[in-house]
Structures are given as structure tokens and as C-alpha cells.
Design a binder for this molecule. Sequence first.
Ligand SMILES: C[S@@+](CC[C@H](N)C(=O)[O-])C[C@H]1O[C@@H](n2cnc3c(N)ncnc32)[C@H](O)[C@@H]1O
Length: 334
Amino acid sequence: MTAATPLFQHSSAVGDFTIRDVIEGQTAGQLIVAADDWGWWTTLLGGDTIAPTTGIQQTVADGLVRAGFLTRRGHRYHLTHTGHDVGKNRGFVRVAVRGWEPTFRQLSDSAHREYIPAATEPGEVARGCTDIARRRPEIFAAIGRTIAADTPGRTIDLGCADAGRIMALTESAPEETFVGVDIEAEVIDTATAEFARMGLSDRVTLLAGSVQPEAEPPAWLSAVDRESVTTAMSFFLLHQLASDGEGIAAVLRGWMDWFPNVRRLVIGDGYLLEAPHWTGQPWFSPTYEIYHSITGVRLWTREEYEGAFADLGWSVARRMEDHTMLVTTILERE
Ligand SMILES: C[S@@+](CC[C@H](N)C(=O)[O-])C[C@H]1O[C@@H](n2cnc3c(N)ncnc32)[C@H](O)[C@@H]1O
């Protein structure tokens, strides 16, 4: 090997994937999600080992060993370095393998179409997104600290899914009350029951409905004391609402009309990063881009988000990047 030969060849040519990567990658994704449903990643990332008790569990554990995610010592299985990375990022795997599968499946019958309507598994997307948020607890801690440092108010999460983010904030901002809204009524019902079980119903109200600003205000809005809302948050939804509607500023303007006293925005979204080949972008980014492109939802650049924020008089108080393309911005009114 000459000194100029890189040890790890970072392929950026066309044809990055082999047939083996395609087939085994798909199976590895299924095993990762199953192991997650059995609570294995939580156990392993918590520093414990797992011990399969059935034939099925044994096969999955051995598959995860072959994939390089676990090592076996006697009856017990430990995380490898790669396994640690996979476990931390299992939310992305769940979204792609389970959440978006019904959309990708439709491609086969859709050659004649311009776009495919997104057909997701809402519970899987919700859980995957909450796991994605959990992998960077410091981002959440920063949001909680910002809210807690201010006079107590009401924070609304627009497109809250299973309200995993609200759940985290109830601890870090203990004086704040919360409202969460999502279009998936079943996901809202399940999360409402969970908050009741935890004795948090007096601090958290979850409502089903659309948060897309339209000519007529949505029905759920009448159940909210609009004047009391001081922080509006939205994660991984603005790009879609902006595509379906009139752009980023139009959606934000709609929310500002609904909540006249809002003094803080917290916006998380995936930004558009362009590169011609898979390996030229961060992992998950090509999948994310292709999913949105087939459903007709466009992605927006950092300049487009920040231009809209500035046009509406919001200034960036804090900008936190996760996985390069996922950006959370805390904004305050100038
Ligand atoms: C990618 S997920 C993000 C979930 C959550 N905000 C998070 O980051 O963990 C998008 C969420 O927006 C919800 N959603 C989609 N269209 C919506 C709309 N028009 N109004 C309210 N929620 C919507 C979906 O049901 C889904 O829960």
C-alpha cells in the first residue's frame, strides 16, 4: 500500500451499493426494529447485556452479531461500537423501515403519477421521531432551560405526534403548561391516556386536528386560550406545511395570528442538503430527500428558513445542529 492510499476508501462514485448491501441491509433494518420493540436497545444502551430466552430471540441476537452490532459472551450479548451507534440512531431505522414503507411500496403502481400521497404508519413515525429527538438530550435540555428561565407560560407543540417532546419538557420546565396538536387522532388518544396515567393531565392538553393555517381557523383552536400561548414549537413538519401552503413565512404568519402573544418560536426541521450521490450527503439524507420528492413535499434550505424568520421579525437566539441536516432553532422576537 502506498502512503497515498486511504485506509478507508470513502467511495463517492456512482454504484456505491452492492447487491449484498441491499439485501442484508434490509434484513438488518428489520432485526433492529424488532430488537427495539423488545426493549433490547434501551437495555443495551443502559449498560446492561441481554440474554435471549426463545429460539426467535436467539436468531435475532445472532443476526445482530453477524451484522456486527452485538458480541456474544456465554449466554449474554453486549453492544459493539457500531451497535452503540445503531442503537442510538434506531429512530431513523424505524421511520425508514416501518414508517415510510407504505409510501415506498406504492412506487410499483405509480409510474404514471407525478406524486404519491404519503401513506405512513403514523405510530411508527411518531415513535421513530421521538427516538430521534431523544438521541440528543442536550438539545432538549437547552429548550427546557430557555423556557424555564422565562416567566411561566404555555408552550404549544404543533404536529406533536406522540408528544414525546412535551413529555421531556414537563420535567425540565416544571412551571410551564403545554398543548400538543397533531392530525393523527389515534396517536393523540394513546398519548392522552399516557399523560393521564402519569398524572400530568392538568399540565398537558392534547388535541387532534390540522395545524395548517387556512382561511377558517381550525376547530381545535377554540379549545385553547390563544392569548396564553407564549412559546410555539414545531418539529419536522414545517417543510410539509410550507410545501402544501404558501411557503415558510405564510405558515409562521398564520401561527402568529393564532397566538398573538407568542414571544418564542422553536423550530426543528430537516434542511435540504444537495449532493449528486448517496455518499456525498450525510446518511439518511438521500432517503429523506427521495421520500419527500416522491410525495411532492419539497425540502427547504437553511437560507430559506432564516430568510422567513428574519422577514417576520424573529431573530435566532440559538441554533443547534444534529446529524448535519437536522436543525433546531430557538427564535425570539426582535
Ligand atoms: C415527521 S412527524 C414529526 C413528529 C414530531 N413533531 C417530532 O418531531 O417528533 C410529523 C408529524 O406531523 C403530523 N402532521 C402531519 N400533517 C399535519 C397537519 N396538517 N396538522 C397537524 N399535524 C400534522 C403527523 O401526524 C406527524 O405526527
